[in-house]
Design a protein around this ligand. Structure first.
Ligand code: FAD
Ligand code: NAD
Length: 464
């Protein structure tokens, strides 16, 4: 078969790229070896984790939050098998949806592992083996779990995020290694379901890329909810037996070793690019020292006609970043001027409350010597947050001291991820804090906290 474009990998980067290329009139195939479209995100990432976050949040609310509304329920229990079954259905409905979109856009979905054998040639090993010839190749093979030496993942007692999304029971004691996004989201799920959760983190802070003030407050909130943290600590080994897992810990700066026992250990220390079996060497390409495929501004690798996008090229390992790159590269291949604004890509942690950020942190602005103003507004002063009973957190806006242009925004709070979208659009259009502050915000809405934080940049908030 001969194509204009063959995409290898059917995750958010690859499948979106395939759809956009087909919209632009190209004959497209997408090769995926997982047996389902949607990649890490839909199958073992964003979507299943959010399904379990939602189920466990409902369980916690039912147990602890309904009474103050005057709602009484009988005894509340959780059936993990049903919860996991629901999660699996959410996943399969979503992945089937992408197959439908492929049919609608006349994209050939080729099931199997793709291997580049020459520029313009992809061999597929799968149900049927086939060779595809193509004018262009987009590599969108994503990422995989970063292993931790001495802590062997068996997906039963020592799990990666994939195993943690399909557990058959709630462990009594769970240790999460890594206080990053996965550790805090999935640690929250099992804490809500009744596990005693300890998070061991190498650094002295949780959520390393976030604004310092956000990191501190979020740690306090999570501790209040019952998560325990062992910061500045490294795990040097694990021994699994029928009795559970015994971890050996050491202070990150060196010092005396100690042990920590758990029924289940979740390893969540990051993800690494995935290029296994892709055949990069057949076209004279090599991944860089960290395993990423290097590309230029137009996502072109060192080989003409071979492009790469998404987690496999590094940067923020986020589904929407991969999607934007998928659209941009399809447009560039079609001769248009696709572009991604990396300065306005939001990042959200789906704990409760949520944490969201876009643009620069205060620490980054200080390091860069940029003069900035800060506007802050707490959710305790927002009427809707009070009515909803979700007053933890704040909105913090960073704006250029001279021009008032919005440089960054950080939110801890109810629906922080959805709220942040207004700031993303504002930044995309180069708005000033005053532009957002002067826009009418419906009342009573959580979004009024954003307007107030923008007003606070000019020291004139109305409700604090
Ligand atoms: P992937 O989604 O990894 O897709 C790559 C695909 O390529 C895979 O399906 C793989 O099977 C296939 N493949 C690889 N090699 C070959 C080959 N040779 N031939 C054929 N197919 C191949 N991001 C967010 O933005 N929001 C979230 O809430 C979020 N939650 C997450 C939760 C978890 C638990 C995890 C693990 C990740 C989460 N992420 C989230 C990150 C997100 O999943 C990734 O950033 C995103 O999936 C990257 O998309 P991608 O297309 O680059 O790669
Ligand atoms: P992460 O990079 O977010 O966090 C990893 C954490 O582990 C860091 O705090 C790091 O300091 C720590 N760490 C590293 N080595 C360690 C060690 N040896 N011992 C103890 N701690 C150690 O990685 P993650 O949480 O595994 O997530 C992987 C990727 O998936 C991230 O890039 C993230 O963007 C993406 N993801 C996104 C979302 C979301 O957008 N809501 C959700 C889940 C995952």
């Amino acid at each position: 078969m001969s194509y204009d474009l063959v995409v290898i990998g059917g995750g958010p980067g690859g499948y979106v790229c395939a759809i956009r290329a087909a919209q632009l009139g190209m004959k497209v195939a997408c090769v995926e070896k997982r047996g389902a479209l949607g990649g890490t995100c839909l199958n073992v990432g964003c979507i299943p984790s959010k399904a379990l976050l939602q189920s466990s949040h409902l369980y916690e609310q039912t147990q602890h939050e309904l009474a103050e509304h005057g709602i009484t329920v009988g005894s509340v229990s959780v059936d993990i098998a049903t919860m996991i079954k629901r999660k699996d259905k959410v996943v399969s409905d979503n992945t089937a949806g992408i197959e439908f979109l492929f049919k609608k856009n006349k994209i050939d979905y080729i099931k199997g592992a793709g291997k580049i054998t020459a520029a313009g040639t992809v061999d597929v090993t799968g149900e049927t083996n086939t060779t595809l010839t193509t004018k262009n190749i987009v590599i969108a093979t994503g990422s995989d779990v970063t292993p931790l030496p001495g802590v062997t993942i068996d997906e039963k007692q020592i799990v990666s995020s994939t195993g943690a999304l399909s557990m058959t029971s709630v462990p009594k004691k769970m240790v999460v290694i890594g206080a990053g996004v996965i550790g805090l989201e999935l640690g929250s799920v099992y804490r809500r379901l009744g596990a005693e959760v300890t998070v061991v983190e190498f650094l002295d802070v949780i959520l390393p890329p976030m604004d310092g003030e956000v990191r501190k407050q979020m740690q306090r909130l999570l501790e209040k909810q019952g998560l325990a943290f062992r910061l500045g600590t490294k795990v040097t080994g694990a021994v699994a037996s029928e009795a559970g897992v015994s971890l050996t810990l050491e202070p990150a700066a060196g010092g005396e070793a100690s042990t920590l026992d758990a029924d289940v250990v979740l390893v969540a220390i990051g993800r690494r690019p995935y290029t296994e079996g892709l055949g990069l060497d057949s076209i004279g390409l090599a991944a860089n020292a960290r395993g990423f495929i290097e590309v230029d501004h137009d996502y072109q690798t060192a080989v003409q006609g071979v492009f790469a996008i998404g987690d496999v090229i590094g940067g923020m390992m986020l589904a929407h970043k991969a999607e934007e790159e998928g659209v941009a590269v399809a447009e560039l291949i079609a001769g248009q001027s696709g572009h991604v604004n990396y300065g306005a890509i939001p990042s959200v942690v789906y704990t409760h409350p949520e944490v969201a950020m876009v643009g620069k942190t205060e620490e980054q602005l200080k390091d860069a010597g940029v003069a900035y103003k800060v506007g802050k507004f707490p959710f305790t002063a927002n009427g809707r947050a009070r009515a909803n009973g979700c007053t933890d957190g704040f909105v913090k806006v960073l704006a250029d001291a001279k021009t008032d242009r919005v440089l960054g925004c950080h939110i801890i709070g109810p629906e922080a991820g959805d709220l942040m979208q207004e700031v993303v659009v504002a930044m995309e259009f180069g708005a000033s804090a005053e532009d957002v502050a002067r826009s009418s915000h419906a009342h009573p809405q959580l979004g009024e906290a954003i307007k107030e934080a923008m007003l606070a940049v000019d020291k004139r908030p109305l409700h604090v």
